[in-house]
Write a protein that binds this ligand. Structure first.
Ligand SMILES: [Ca+2]
Ligand SMILES: [Ca+2]
Ligand SMILES: [Ca+2]
Length: 330
């Protein structure tokens, strides 16, 4: 990580902005960036009651899901699974109606490419949840699980409330995926909610249409990750304007991946892969465990100190991942 020195004057200049990452969960307010709003939103009148607090298997396929609205979904092809019927057959360890294989392949296919600063500390343990959404849609929650938030550039040594560094950084992305229709084999990213200091006064989170997302050479959706703070943006310019211009992707020249493996699937709230607050790090030397489904400050598998970051359970709940059907509209 870069060596960053800061003067008292610099810190004082930053006093008007709040530091990032949640301690309490509130509805997001967009500061500095207008959200990319979908033009239409169709909701499905089918499937289980979305207010049913008990997640369970999906019903029979029904139409429509949430519509694409403003453009075409960003297309991806799964490794082997071609359509929703195949997705619904096979071993289903967490009982949500989607097979283990389907959950893995969907999460892998749409996991974002991340444009990061080459000197940024982006050590992390990625986890995810895949479950049904409205209609035939499939929802993915990508939890980046950064070990540290390195603070605003030039202010890493500032107090946390001024945007300084802290242990744990719970940024995330929620995606709504439409299954392949017929035999065209083409699944689609309809919407993506990109967290960027969600709940803070510098909240710059947006709901983007899949058609607004950049793609890499592999056709994978791209997110720009602000240097030090790890807020997610749809473009370099959006990043540079984020958090009242304090976020920066100026020199984000390195590409990495949200890594998906089967151990990263958290299951469902009522069929968890890991016991409560016993989610391990897959990085050697980090022996602590973290909570995802249960409330608890996120400390990035490190010794708790300072304010930490917002609980993933609150974010999962805000997007209904603890209910029968999740939504991207938080
Ligand atoms: Ca499942
Ligand atoms: Ca699942
Ligand atoms: Ca952050």
């Amino acid at each position: 990580m870069k060596s960053r020195r800061v003067t008292i004057a610099t810190c004082m200049a930053l006093m008007l902005i709040a530091c990032t990452d949640l301690r309490t969960i509130v509805e997001p307010t967009v500061d500095g960036i207008e959200p990319v709003e979908p033009t239409t939103t169709a909701t499905a009148d089918c499937g289980p009651d979305p207010n049913d607090p008990t997640p369970g298997p999906v019903d029979e396929p029904c139409n429509p899901g949430t519509g694409g609205g403003g453009g075409d979904p960003l297309p991806r092809t799964l490794q082997t699974i071609q359509n929703l019927a195949e997705c619904r057959s096979g071993t289903d360890s967490d009982g949500d109606g989607l097979s283990d294989k389907c959950e893995y392949e969907v999460a892998w296919a749409f996991s974002p490419a991340m444009m990061v600063h080459p000197n940024d500390n982006v050590s992390r343990d990625e986890y995810y949840v895949v479950m049904p959404g409205a209609g035939n849609s499939i929802m993915i929650f990508y939890a980046f699980g950064y070990h540290r938030d390195n603070g605003i550039p030039l202010c890493s040594a500032c107090p946390e409330w001024l945007g300084g560094s802290h242990v744990g950084d719970s940024e995330f992305i929620v995606m709504e995926i439409s299954p392949a229709r017929g035999s065209d084999n083409e699944w689609g990213l309809v919407y993506a909610y990109l967290s960027a200091h969600r709940g803070r006064s510098t909240d710059s989170s947006v709901l983007a249409g899949g058609w607004n997302m950049e793609t890499d050479g592999d056709g994978r959706p791209v997110v720009w990750v602000s240097d030090g703070k790890h807020a997610n943006y749809i473009s370099q310019s959006a990043c540079d304007g984020g958090a009242a211009n304090f976020d920066s992707c100026d020199n984000n020249t390195e590409s990495t991946r949200f890594w998906v493996d089967r151990k990263g699937n958290l299951g469902q709230i009522n069929h968890r892969k890991y016991r409560s607050c016993r989610v391990p790090s897959r990085n050697r030397g980090l022996s602590r465990t973290e909570c995802f489904w249960d409330s608890g400050t996120f400390y990035g598998w490190q010794k708790p100190r300072g304010g930490g970051a917002g609980a993933y359970s609150g974010f999962l709940s805000a997007f209904d991942f603890d209910k029968a059907r999740a939504t991207v509209h938080g």
